[in-house]
Ligand binder design. Structure first.
Ligand SMILES: CC(C)(COP(=O)(O)OP(=O)(O)OC[C@H]1O[C@@H](n2cnc3c(N)ncnc32)[C@H](O)[C@@H]1OP(=O)(O)O)[C@@H](O)C(=O)NCCC(=O)NCCS
Length: 136
């Protein structure tokens, strides 16, 4: 089941999965208060989470920090969240959905029709590329 996730639980999973070696506060995004935080629930517990940010002016949706607890990875839960995001973007009639993807995750997103842009950058020792899906 996919539903909203309380912010403290979002931070906990983000921290555990993505930056366990950094302080807890380092996973807070300045825009988090404006975000829609959703997750895949297994047995009433969120195990995979992602945060959505809507730009109402440009009609674009950005998703950030998709993370599945290690012991629940490779079971299709992250994919279910990506499909939910695509459906939601369509419902909103937004022409573009995008994310900054770690380069080693590009193939994961390509399965859903995301394509690479020429925007690449490096942050926290990770290489990122902007992936997008437009007018679908
Ligand atoms: C990337 C990440 C969010 C994927 O989450 P996940 O819940 O493991 O995703 P899924 O299980 O849907 O898919 C992972 C793989 O398992 C496969 N898979 C295994 N069992 C599956 C099932 N029952 N149904 C669907 N897919 C399944 C998928 O095809 C996919 O293969 P691929 O990576 O070769 O494309 C997760 O690995 C993660 O949290 N990584 C660390 C943080 C991170 O890198 N986040 C993304 C930053 S861009």
């Amino acid at each position: 089941m996919i539903n909203e996730v309380p912010y403290d639980q979002v931070l906990e999973i983000r921290h555990k999965v993505m930056y366990p070696d950094k302080p807890k506060d380092s996973v807070i995004l300045p825009d988090d208060k404006k975000g829609l935080h959703i997750g895949y629930y297994k047995d009433d517990k969120p195990v995979s989470i992602v945060s959505l940010f809507l730009n109402l002016e440009t009609k674009e949706l950005q998703f950030r920090k998709l993370a599945t607890l290690v012991e629940f990875q490779n079971r299709g839960y992250g994919s279910q969240l990506v499909r939910w995001i695509l459906d939601y973007t369509k419902d909103l009639q937004f022409p573009r959905v995008w994310c900054n993807a770690r380069v080693e995750k590009i193939d994961f997103y390509k399965k859903f029709g995301f394509t690479e842009t020429d925007q690449v950058f490096e942050k926290n020792g990770f290489k990122y590329v902007v992936l997008e899906k437009c007018s679908f």
